[in-house]
Ligand binder design. Structure first.
Ligand code: ZN
Length: 392
């Protein structure tokens, strides 16, 4: 099958006008120029479209509903806990269906999702995009931590993990689980880990000074204070957990020393521009991360701290805030996400041999294909593993 396009944005090489992608089975077999196109094969005519790799959303939650703005991060956490406790399984299923749909229609073809242990796990196997799921382990008291660890590894989840090797138990954060359990979890894990780290001022205050609203919430819920390290990143380094298998989600309050450690370890940082704006965090340390060579990828986070779950919107938001070139931002929304998830050999760019995960937007009145992508609010073409899922 040949996908004929007005423009191709391969991401890892310059844009190509009037070109086509030959798909064989699930993969990209060749990128061809207009002259090379013959009529001997099935041609899907997308001559008015810009084709690009599907977005790799490196951090999302599907089950959360909207939370009104709170006076600080900790109050927001309290609201999320209360809302999750009152949501029924039917509510969660409904929410997952609707957020999954909005991720897919805005171009996400692979998503790294964090999922609570109470999530109806069967809904994770029928989502309209590929998933890498991180089952969040939380628990500030021994009793709760043990129960949750058991739940994450119990027969039902195990069976699902065996069926779909892309489900990994992972600590939600370093403040949400006692140190002794974090220790055990990291020791036994040789797979991907995705951890919320240094997201907020409250979290920074908790780690650096062991005070503040988050410290109060942790104490209220029976957590043992203080956490032994003032730097969660140094703590991870001392437990040999900084590797290219670690996704540091947020990292808004990282210090230069911590950034250096992440670089040495080869870990990625996932920035969520919409969520960053919702909380009004201090500036994301983008220049410091880029200068030291840390891989930075983008994610949408959840509806609890974002207006919607659209990688198109995240790219637009991030462009306004960061002043980065659109090519760099597009790379963060595709290839860098694939690198964070150790999937850069499979997805993240339009390259021979990679999976044919391709999205398209109409070129419309635009001359520059990046204008068309950065103005789009939805995608009009979706292909996953060489199968057309949505077409104009
Ligand atoms: Zn999150």
């Amino acid at each position: 099958m040949l996908l004929k396009a007005r423009w191709l944005l391969p991401v890892n090489s310059p844009p190509l006008p009037d070109a086509a992608i030959r798909i064989e089975g699930e993969s990209i077999q060749k990128i061809v120029s207009r002259q090379e196109i013959t009529n001997e094969e099935k041609i899907i005519d997308l001559s008015d479209f810009v084709l690009l790799p599907g977005f790799v959303n490196a951090h999302a939650h599907l089950e959360f509903s909207r939370v009104p703005k709170q006076k600080n991060f900790t109050e927001w956490v309290r609201q999320v806990i209360a809302l999750q406790a009152s949501a029924t399984e039917a509510d969660k299923r409904k929410m997952i269906r609707s957020t999954a749909k909005s991720l897919a229609t805005t171009g996400t073809t692979t998503a790294a999702i964090h999922a609570g242990l109470d999530l109806p796990v069967d809904c994770l196997s029928s989502l309209p995009f590929k998933t890498i799921t991180f089952l969040e382990i939380l628990g500030l008291t021994e009793e709760i931590a043990l129960a949750n660890i058991r739940k994450a590894f119990d027969g039902r989840v195990r069976a699902l993990i065996e069926k779909d090797s892309e489900i990994y138990p992972s600590p939600h954060s370093l403040y949400g689980l006692g140190e002794e359990f974090l220790d055990k979890l990291l020791e036994t894990s040789d797979s991907l880990l995705s951890i919320h780290l240094l997201e907020s001022e409250d979290e920074e205050q908790f780690f650096r000074k062991r005070t503040g609203p988050l410290a109060e919430l942790i104490a209220e819920r029976g957590g043992k204070l203080p956490f032994p390290a003032r730097s969660p990143i140094e703590w991870l380094a001392s437990h040999r957990a900084l590797s290219n298998r670690l996704l540091v989600v947020h990292g808004n309050y990282l210090t230069e020393t911590e950034i250096e450690l992440l670089q040495k370890g080869g870990s990625s940082v996932i920035h969520c521009p919409g969520s960053h704006r919702y909380f009004g965090h201090r500036d994301f340390p983008l220049a410091e991360l880029q200068n030291s060579g840390v891989n930075v990828a983008l994610g949408t986070d959840s509806l609890a701290s974002n207006e919607g779950l659209s990688m198109l919107a995240e790219m637009r938001n991030f462009r306004t805030k960061s002043g980065l070139s659109r090519n760099e931002i597009l790379k963060m929304a595709t290839l860098n996400g694939a690198i964070a998830l150790s999937k850069e050999k499979e997805i993240g760019s339009l390259e021979v041999g990679k999976k044919a995960d391709i999205i398209g937007v109409p070129i419309g009145r635009h001359k520059d294909p990046l204008d068309a992508v950065f103005e789009a609010t939805e995608v009009s073409f979706i292909m996953r593993d060489g199968k057309i899922c949505f077409a104009p």
